[in-house]
Design a protein around this ligand. Structure first.
Ligand code: ADP
Ligand code: MG
Length: 359
């Protein structure tokens, strides 16, 4: 499978494609490439660095004169945020909060908590930053995977619910409910990619991109002024591509059940959990790609809409069409795209358009 995958990546690179949403189930790894072609190459040489952070492979690329400094600063920022947010490192801000149950948090964490709580309210609890005890129960935090009993789930579910925590935005103080633990993993990479775009802008970079575990965030256009081309992975085939999105100045973030999972007795259990059942979301969706200028929002929504299912996700988009667009792949093979993005999407298969008037 790996070989096939590499061939596909090589083909994509030859076409000047960025790849989004292409984590592999076996390693959680991601391969992402950027290349330039034709006049793009003439316009500017890219500076690119690859690093491993936040449990995934990342590529940071910027074009133009201040690119080296901007890319170095972006990499430092990724390392800083990784150290701050890691739930695997006992000294991280999040780990210390989870140990003590209350803390005054840094500005970055405060912004993420704020956004996560807004998403919790807006999505009817589909996005829930207190999901960690469930992630631990299923073994997703230490790869000691197991299927918990209904009884055990019932007990753990009592600790789930962002309505049980207290957040004082003014002082930046959070107090978790009894036995609660916080997990910003559903938005951390989107927040990070947004920070990188800000850093690029501070350095005067006008064209650049970052890929964090298959999530892509784009600054400006390609240096030749044309749109970036982002490949969206086929959730059913890690070597295949579902379609290509032509876009600029936005985040393209995919959540899929194929990204991290284990199998037991022939059944697959993935890492996006439904906070109401305590089990891997079984909503009939195989992947959700969110396109938005706001990386944090895009990341959170890719997780939340996956939990909601096609119908609720469509309704949600209709209420919030000014802030994002989405491509949703369902288990039955249907591909849905919201009105705002369908013209920028090329797919081999038919696409059902989600329109605001419901037509
Ligand atoms: P990935 O980070 O693997 O690209 P997602 O953006 O969908 O994929 O985030 C999944 C992560 O979000 C999980 O690893 C877990 O930390 C967290 N998570 C899982 N289910 C939920 C949920 N319902 N609400 C909020 N966070 C969740
Ligand atoms: Mg997410």
């Amino acid at each position: 499978m790996k070989q096939q995958r590499n061939r596909w990546i090589a083909a994509a690179l030859a076409c000047g494609l960025l790849l989004a949403g292409c984590g592999t189930a076996d390693s959680g790894q991601d391969s992402t490439g950027v290349t330039q072609s034709g006049s793009a190459a003439a316009a500017a040489e890219p500076v690119s660095r690859e690093i491993f952070a936040m449990d995934t492979y990342m590529t940071v690329t910027a074009y133009g004169e201040p690119a080296q400094e901007a890319v170095d600063a972006a990499v430092s920022e990724i390392r800083r945020l990784d150290a701050l947010l890691s739930i695997g490192e006992s000294g991280s801000e999040i780990s210390m909060l989870n140990d003590s149950g209350t803390a005054r948090v840094s500005d970055d964490t405060g912004v993420m908590i704020d956004k996560a709580l807004e998403l919790y309210r807006d999505t009817g609890g589909a996005f829930d930053l207190t999901i960690l005890p469930l992630m631990e129960t299923w073994g997703f935090t230490d790869e000691a995977y197991r299927v918990p009993s209904e009884e055990e789930l019932k007990t753990v579910l009592q600790k789930i619910g962002a309505d049980q925590l207290t957040w004082d935005k003014d002082s930046g103080t959070i107090a978790l409910g009894e036995g609660q633990k916080m997990d910003l993993g559903g938005i951390a990479k989107g927040y990070t990619s947004s920070r990188i775009m800000e850093i690029f802008e501070q350095y005067g970079v006008t064209s650049g991109m970052v890929s964090l575990g298959g999530n892509v965030h784009l600054l400006g256009t390609k240096p030749d002024g044309t749109a970036w081309r982002v490949g969206i992975q086929d959730p059913e085939n890690s070597a295949g591509m579902l379609g290509v999105l032509e876009t600029q100045d936005c985040a393209v973030i995919t959540s899929g059940g194929y990204e991290r999972y284990f199998e037991q007795d022939g059944k697959r259990y993935h890492h996006i959990l439904d906070p109401t059942t305590g089990k891997p979301a079984d909503s009939g969706i195989t992947s959700v790609t969110i396109v938005s200028e706001d990386g944090t929002l895009a990341d959170g929504l890719s997780t939340a809409l996956f939990v909601m299912g096609v119908e609720k996700a469509s309704d949600y988009w209709k209420q919030h069409a000014d802030t994002f667009d989405a491509v949703i792949v369902a288990e039955d093979g249907m591909i849905y795209a919201t009105d705002g993005i369908v013209d920028s999407l090329s797919c081999e298969t038919d696409v059902t358009v989600i329109r605001q008037d419901g037509s």
